[in-house]
Design a binder for this molecule. Structure first.
Ligand code: DOR
Ligand code: ZN
Length: 422
């Protein structure tokens, strides 16, 4: 299918016509058959890329499947997502990563790039078959035990050494487990008031400090998942200034929400790492603006009702993110389209090695992976209307700016008029 996007604003620039044919941005009008979309007032962004998505398949298809998660992603403006390895069975072999990759292709709504586990069964004891996953059809590039920290420094060093050979990345869930035993929320004034065991900021900062030193020593690539504290930002700032090969992500929820929300004991606000303080939120925002934090990643973590609507201490940590990420970022930073395109598409595509994503929409021949946003539209988040199979959004009832009107994957619409096409 060919498309003509009439009067679209590319990254906030003056309105223009954008032609899509044969899967790429075209300099020439496609002719009579092109479907014309009135895109006046709409902003085109390169398709968003999420380096941190939990799709739950295989194993917890009651919470999400590759297909339902892919649909949520497309509706959120994404054209590629990296699927975390903490499935059941764990994605720690070529067989499992190929299965996830194939399910993504079958769903055909976004490119699903599997992340492989660093250690067998995420148990932190023995390195998984990183090479076999890298050379499999899935072409794994990022490895992570996310949900758990690779706490053993020797294993972390070996993993960094191993992936260096094929320019792989170790994505660390930075949490020193001895410092977070029994932790329920951020350690601070609010946890003291509520009498809940705290997850101290230093448990994250100590691992990031250790890992940037290891990455520097090995000369390998480290990516830090869901950075959540002001202290972590300072560690990263110093490491980057020294030229360490480290990249970092922040979630939309850590850019907006604070630990005060735990006061109501509503487990929808339980997440790992936990919501922090206003001071941390301010530091994370500044770090994203400065580039000390490279990307926004959703940590989309769907959970079945029984795993979330229970007592705080029993509830699983995690929140939905794919369908609200861009609106949240827009509400925090305003229409800074260049920034949004870089932190939500260009930089994540670079980190994940997804060369056909995050391209320049003004150049003919760029793969037509893009999304159209209506920045003027405001909408109320209704959990029942989300495409995700789960309902655990922390934004229920919030009015958010910015609506995804259309998304294109290799020139084919996955979303039109704000609805998934399949
Ligand atoms: O809140 C979280 N949920 N943090 C993680 O690290 C894992 C994730 C999940 O899998 O639910
Ligand atoms: Zn994590």
């Amino acid at each position: 299918m060919a498309y003509l996007l009439k009067g679209v604003s590319i990254l906030g620039a003056a309105p223009t016509d954008l032609h899509i044919s044969d899967g790429v941005i075209s300099a020439e009008p496609a002719g009579q058959d092109a479907e014309v979309i009135d895109a006046s007032g709409l902003v085109a962004l390169p398709g968003l890329v999420d380096v941190h998505t939990h799709l739950r398949e295989p194993g917890r298809e009651d919470a999400e499947t590759v297909e339902t998660g892919s649909r949520a992603a497309a509706l959120g403006g994404y054209t590629a997502v990296c699927a975390m390895a903490n499935t059941s069975p764990v994605a720690d072999t070529a067989g499992v990563v190929e299965q996830v990759w194939r399910l993504g292709r079958e769903a055909g709504l976004v490119d699903v790039q599997p992340i492989g586990a660093v250690t067998v069964g995420l148990a932190g004891k023995q390195m998984a078959e990183l090479g076999a996953m890298a050379s499999s059809a899935a072409g794994v590039r990022i490895f992570s035990d996310d949900g758990f920290c690779v706490a053993d420094p020797k294993l972390m060093r070996r993993a960094l050494e191993y992936v260096k050979a094929f320019d792989g990345v170790i994505a660390q869930h930075a949490e020193e487990p001895r410092l977070t035993e029994g932790a329920q929320m951020h350690e601070g004034e609010v946890s003291t008031r509520l009498g809940l065991t705290g997850w101290p900021a230093v448990a994250e900062e100590a691992i990031i400090a250790r890992d940037v030193l290891l990455a520097e020593h090995v000369g390998s690539r480290l990516h830090v998942c869901h950075v959540s504290t002001a202290g972590s930002v300072e560690v990263l700032r110093q490491a980057k200034a020294r030229g360490v090969r480290v990249t970092a992500e922040v979630t939309p929820h850590h850019l907006l929400l604070t630990d005060e929300l735990a006061s109501g004991y509503d487990p929808v606000f339980k997440v790992n790492p936990p919501l922090r303080t206003r001071k941390d939120v301010e530091a994370l925002r500044q770090a994203l603006l400065d580039g000390v934090i490279d990307v926004v990643a959703t940590d989309h973590a769907p959970h079945a009702v029984q795993d979330k609507e229970c007592e705080w201490s029993y509830a699983r940590p995690g929140m939905l993110g794919l369908e609200t990420a861009l609106p949240i970022v827009l509400s925090v930073f305003g229409p800074k389209w260049e920034l949004i395109a870089d932190r939500m598409s260009i930089a994540p595509a670079r980190i994940a090695g997804l060369d056909s994503h995050g391209g320049d929409l003004t150049r003919a021949g760029t793969p037509a992976n893009l999304t159209l946003v209506d920045p003027a539209a405001r909408w109320v988040v209704d959990p029942a209307e989300l495409a995700s199979r789960s309902r655990n959004t922390p934004y229920a009832g919030h009015t958010l700016p910015g609506r995804i009107v259309a998304t294109f994957l290799r020139g084919e619409a996955t979303v039109l008029d704000g609805k998934a096409v399949k």
